[in-house]
Design a protein around this ligand. Sequence first.
Ligand code: SF4
Length: 99
Amino acid sequence: MSVTGSCPPPRPGAWQTAAACVGLPPGVVFSKKVKEAAPALRACAGCPVRRKCEEAVAPADNWFDGVCGGRLWRRGRPVEIPAHFLPVVQGRPRGGSVV
Ligand code: SF4
């Protein structure tokens, strides 16, 4: 995943090619709204590059809007996600900040 409009498209072999959100519309991945971002949040739950995503995007440092590293961000701050929007892993919601 890249920061909105500021990064070049990923090169083949780059970590982004392993992202579980590949193929989701930008309007989902970069949504500021929980309901619209829910498919991306679900993808994050099984994403093998979650840590790399958050390191690369550095959402808190970049006033990022959208989904990164399993959380929804608005202006670089994590958004609290109602539990019913989060994927359930072993009986507990996974990812995001639960309200
Ligand atoms: S952690 Fe989420 S937003 Fe980041 S690459 Fe993986 S699926 Fe996409």
